[in-house]
Design a protein around this ligand. Sequence first.
Ligand code: ZN
Length: 485
Amino acid sequence: MSDPLCNVDHMDDDGAAPGGERLTSAAGSVPAGALAVAVLESWRGVLGEVRTISDAERVDLIRALEELKSAACAAQAQLSVELDASQRAEQARAGVPLSRRGAGIGAQVALARRESPHRGGRLLGLAKALVVEMPHTYRALQQGLLSEWRATLLVRESACLSVEDRTAFDAEMAGDPAQLEGLGDRQLVARAKRVAYRLDAASVVRRARKAESERCVSLRPAPDTMSYLTGLLPVTQGVAVLAALTKAADSARARGDERSRGQVMADTLVERVTGQETADAVPVEVQLVMTERTLLAGDDEPAHIPGYGTVPGGWARRLVARRLGTPELAGLGRHTRVWLRRLFTSPTTGQLVRMDSRRRTVPPGLARFIAARDQTCRTPWCDAPVRHVDHVVPWSEGGKTGADGLEGYCEACNYAKQAPGWRTRAGPPGDESGHVVETTSPTGHRYRSWAPALPGHPPPDERESAHTDRDSAAERYLLDLHRVA
Ligand SMILES: [Zn+2]
């Protein structure tokens, strides 16, 4: 599945074109910021030039460019901290209470750096730690002696220290950058841990407690329509879970169970977590987004499962057949509650068919529809799953509760765009390129996001598909459903 498309340009408050009026201030001088951007852009052109040079010069250039990358990261950190201070002051002037100031600033850094908002927040935190509390580490980064990643490692290892201890840590670790020369990342972290422990042994305990507070479970796709369920657990609990599954596998095998140890462990995990009798009988709601050609005409166009991703067309057809209780899996239907939502995609735009509502609140069917259309949070570069379906333009400002007027957001992005100065608007309905949302950040930068193309886009040439199993019960059933719809 392709990434959501997005681009950025800048519009001054008066609507002037990017790089237009802005370059000349009222006093007729060139503002330093605009000049810096122009200079940096000219470097990109120079860097792209092919030169005839010796290998020694090539190595020198590789080193110099590496140091330039670090220096650029230091400059980004400094600018992010200044942006943060300035935007917070702006929010204070707009009457935002102290507890809510700072919202959306990490998101602005993220959009500028083409990163997810989550990572933007982390980068802003890193910048503040470096610029405000760790001057030696910051200087080493600025001088190109430390990469952004290695500076991140030092900030991470000092995260549990008090401000005073962190100052001492900074001086000891980076006061003499020559000491960092030649250290691998692991050696750097080992040295940082030793220094941090010596400064504050209690921080080790706090750190363990903090790590425990970050326990979680996540799901991500694996090849061949499988998935990885990952639990980040305190070590004793992780060991206990594995021991329990191993014991279950051993006793099943002792009773003559023919499944492999791994299979029994996986099935036992599903059964115990869901409370179901067998792993297969999990009540499941599968939203399958596929074209009619794939569903009924044996086409190879892949299908899409929201929250998982792309699945092969043939696999999707088999899933439909199985869930409808065809003979090969007779009896399964009694235990399995499956709702197959027929979300057909338009043959011309690849967009899902439209659903609308007059209500302010988003009805569940429409919310599912938006989540299926958008697949992930609509903020550019944000990969997070859709948690909120919200109006593009707020309901109070005339936003509509329809497919065009709604978009899917992760929780963090939905709160971020509610900070003052953010504006969103939907593109024209029926646009050939699909559902477009344009977001304007408090600094006037505009970012566009297109709903990703779903199965069936672009449409293949009209053709009679080689049809293999049109007469299966499942397909006759679905064909009837479609005729009624
Ligand atoms: Zn998001």
